[in-house]
Design a protein around this ligand. Sequence first.
Ligand code: ZN
Length: 143
Amino acid sequence: MSSPRPRRKLAVLACMDARLDPYALLGLLEGDAHVIRNAGGVVTDDALRSLSASQRLLGTEEIVLVMHRGCGLEGADDEEFAESLIEDGCPHPAWRLGGFEDLEQTLREGLERLRSSPELISRDKVRGLIYDPDTEELEEFGP
Ligand code: ZN
């Protein structure tokens, strides 16, 4: 029987953008890594829940955070988004949309949150990458 533990001991958190294929971009095969995706590739509480399970239960030791240029959340306003939900009869959301103005700064904050989260046991191998869907280039984002 195959193991649920990712072969490369890697977890990827990436934006759900339809142009971004984490497997192809990172040269991953099925079974290599956990791939967690959400709107923006934002380090939310729920992303931390999955990453925590990934490390504590399933032995991953490295995290790659992938955000990208031209993200649908770039320039989106959290308050306006919440208001539009309330106008449609939703309760005030307990979550924030996670819109942002500055991609690099948001990625930096995400990396900092990962590196300082005690939910994670392995925090020394946390890398950030920026993908550009227009050029299809993947850029390493410094510490
Ligand atoms: Zn995106």
